[in-house]
Design a binder for this molecule. Structure first.
Ligand code: FMN
Length: 247
């Protein structure tokens, strides 16, 4: 019962209560980076975003036809399609005051955008199978290397949901909570999960527009997913994911 109560309280807005003291932003602590450092991996260019990949452009049809799709063929996604999907979900339209905030294709409370997008790639034209991280500020991909038996690892980490392991590509969103905590302190957490919902909804619509399929995934093993991406599970951890494939 205590767990239920804690869960319900987490869903409520608590901005009226300023019991958690000033946030780091209010205390004058410099703002955190907008994106995780690229590190040593190979950086790959993505094609510029091109609306040519859209096969269904009628907005009402896209909204009405949107559904969770769990059956994918072996057909690969093209790099142009991947570029479009990444832009629709986390693409940067404007950087505000060099490194302070970004305006993107999705909304985020306080424009904090506290997420990183990882890709587990099985079948994407001209990409080797393996893990990648999107670099939204430059619209590039960072290669994180191959993983032995990636489809099996994905299926296992998603509680046996085989369509996740079989997908052409899996979008995996991690959260770096401090990006929002810096401004909102303990009020940040509810909003970060709301933010994640917007990202996945844009993926649903963008995927539908290119006649592919996706399915939001909330049922996964936290430790296995964090381990797959080598995340510490404290300052960065997986919050949501979605496989994408051609029907
Ligand atoms: C937050 C969230 C988590 C979900 N997690 C899963 C999941 O782990 N596995 C799955 O098969 N579907 C999952 N779904 C998809 C829902 O089952 C699906 O949206 C629902 O059945 C309605 O179907 P529709 O999306 O086709 O309208 C999830 C959806 C949401 C929004």
């Amino acid at each position: 019962m205590q767990d239920i109560q804690r869960g319900r309280n987490f869903m409520k807005a608590d901005f009226g209560r300023r019991s958690n003291g000033p946030s780091d932003q209010q205390r004058g602590v410099p703002y955190p980076p907008l994106q995780k450092e690229a590190g040593d991996g190979e950086i790959l260019a993505l094609p510029s975003v091109d609306q040519e990949v859209i096969s269904r452009s009628d907005f009402f049809t896209v909204v009405e036809e949107r559904q969770s799709r769990r059956k994918y063929s072996d057909s690969p996604l093209s790099l142009a399609e991947l570029s479009f999907l990444l832009y629709c979900t986390q693409g940067v339209k404007q950087e505000i005051r060099r490194g302070y905030a970004t305006k993107r294709t999705v909304p985020s409370a306080g424009a904090r955008h506290p997420f990183e997008t990882y890709l587990a790639v099985n079948h994407v034209e001209s990409l080797k199978s393996g893990l990648y991280r999107y670099l939204p500020l430059s619209h590039q991909l960072l290669s994180l290397g191959a993983v032995d038996d990636l489809p099996h690892r994905l299926t296992e980490a998603n509680l046996g949901q085989r369509f996740v392991g079989d997908a052409a590509c899996v979008f995996i969103w991690s959260c770096i909570p401090y990006r929002a905590e810096w401004r909102y302190g303990s009020h940040a957490h509810k909003n970060m999960l709301l933010d994640a919902g917007h990202i996945c909804q844009n993926l649903y619509l963008a995927v539908e527009a290119i006649s592919a399929g996706t399915c939001a995934i909330g049922a996964y093993d936290q430790e296995l997913m964090d381990e797959l991406l080598a995340l510490d599970g404290e300052d960065e951890f997986v919050v949501y994911l979605a496989p994408v494939g051609k029907p």
